[in-house]
Design a protein around this ligand. Structure first.
Ligand code: NAI
Length: 394
């Protein structure tokens, strides 16, 4: 049988929604105001009917609840855009390997999902709606299962990595270096998911702060944020010798080496981490391309990586680093990162890279589009990846 993605009718965003999509969106619109209740009911049912699945999930399920509904909404939103849907679900399927998800778990989840929808979307539920959900869920799960099976041929489900360096840069920011047990291939600008021994099965995303190194070590910049369990553990408890688990690399904020365009980089707070990796990548590639970095922080003291960035600027004549402070007195550039960028330029032959808080990325994209950089030349990680509480990166 061909893989599930080849059995999807090829549709593109923009055409009229398919009959199944119309029914699915109707259900989701009815569920949305009671999404919390419906998701809690779904998990209660799943764990009562299939208690063996409980151990795949974190002890505290609060963030998990948002994630399921967000995934459903994303799938429904792109239901008629075959390419985007397949890419999203394949990524999700590969990412589920680290949780220990097996093909036989999918029917159990599907059956409880439909039971929860039947109960909480009773006004719009019908035989036709149920049939649409069964069809779509079958396709969705098959794409995820196929992607996981394909990935299994070439990569482990997760990597164990020992902490070999831990440097506290400010009261709440640490630079953490780990040594993976097996080689960990990734590209500069990408991120990974990370699980600590203190919070089993809670995974959070962190960008690599260096390009791949010959010694195989990986480094992350972590800011302890209020209620950020994983980030607090990494900043305040992790020590050399502790063993973490890493998921596969993800993200497309990578350098396009097929062009000579300059790079305009906006890094806010710990968002400077992947920008530093991009600079190293350009340096290693050996082609002289202008790289202009605007490094934003709220206060002077928050520019925890400024010495490294200025050191790189001294070594590389094609690199310019401009620190920008938004909230406190400073002798550096003062103001919002995005406003300052507008005062420089123009940026006709530049590709833009943005990394930082979701608000900064949103306003950064608006500003850059406003000053004429086409959106296909602006790269950043998915706002969803940043905004779901699954990401207490910092
Ligand atoms: N790949 C990525 O996009 C990465 C994103 N991050 C994210 O970066 C953030 C770092 O947090 P902090 O260091 O506490 O940052 P922060 O809150 O201290 O802000 C850093 C900079 O962004 C600016 N900024 C914040 N909100 C803004 C808004 N709404 N509009 C315009 N500018 C804004 C600030 O003025 C400051 O210059 C976290 O949310 C983390 O998840 C971290 C690493 C990688």
């Amino acid at each position: 049988m061909p893989p599930a993605r080849d059995r999807l009718p090829v549709r593109r965003a923009g055409s009229a929604p398919s009959p199944d999509t119309v029914l699915i969106r109707r259900t989701l619109a009815e569920i949305e105001p009671v999404a919390d209740k419906a998701t809690s009911y779904f998990y209660a049912l799943l764990f009562i009917r299939h208690p063996d699945l409980r151990s795949l999930f974190p002890v505290a399920m609060d963030t998990q609840r948002d994630r399921l509904f967000k995934a459903l909404l994303t799938a429904a939103e792109h239901a008629d855009d075959t390419a985007t849907l397949t890419e999203y679900l394949s990524h999700l399927g590969r990412g589920h390997r680290k949780y220990g998800t097996l093909p036989e778990h999918y029917p159990a989840v599907g059956e409880c999902l439909i039971a929860a929808l039947t109960r909480f979307a009773s006004d719009t539920w019908s035989e036709a709606t149920e049939a649409a959900w069964v069809r779509v869920y079958t396709t969705v799960s098959q794409i995820m299962i196929d992607a996981a099976a394909e990935d299994e041929q070439s990569s482990p489900a997760w990597w164990q990595a020992e902490v070999v360096g831990h440097e506290l840069r400010t009261r709440d920011i640490a630079v953490v270096t780990v040594r993976p047990e097996e080689p960990y291939p990734f590209l500069a600008g990408q991120y990974t998911s990370l699980e600590t021994p203190w919070w089993p099965r809670i995974w959070r995303n962190y960008s690599f702060s260096s390009a791949p190194r010959s010694d195989g070590l990986l480094t992350f910049h972590v800011k302890a944020v209020p209620a950020g369990w994983v980030s607090n553990a990494l900043v305040h408890h992790a020590r050399p010798g502790d063993v973490l688990r890493l998921g596969p690399p993800a993200g497309s904020m990578i350098v396009d080496h097929t062009t000579d365009n300059g790079l305009l980089c906006l890094g806010g707070g710990t968002g400077i981490a992947p920008i530093k990796a991009l600079v190293e990548d350009v340096a290693e590639h050996g082609r002289r391309r202008p790289v202009e970095v605007f490094y934003g922080a709220r206060h002077d003291d928050d520019l925890y990586d400024i010495d490294t960035m200025l050191g790189l600027q001294r070594s590389h004549p094609w690199l310019s680093v401009r620190p920008v402070v938004s909230d406190g007195p400073t002798r550096r550039l003062s103001g919002q990162l995005t406003h300052i960028v507008r005062e420089y330029g123009p940026w006709p032959a530049y590709d833009a890279y943005l990394s930082g808080p979701p608000g900064m990325i949103r306003s950064g994209v608006d500003t850059l589009v406003g000053i004429g950089i086409p959106s296909h030349r602006i790269r950043h990680d998915g706002i969803d990846e940043l905004t779901t509480s699954s990401t207490d990166r910092g």
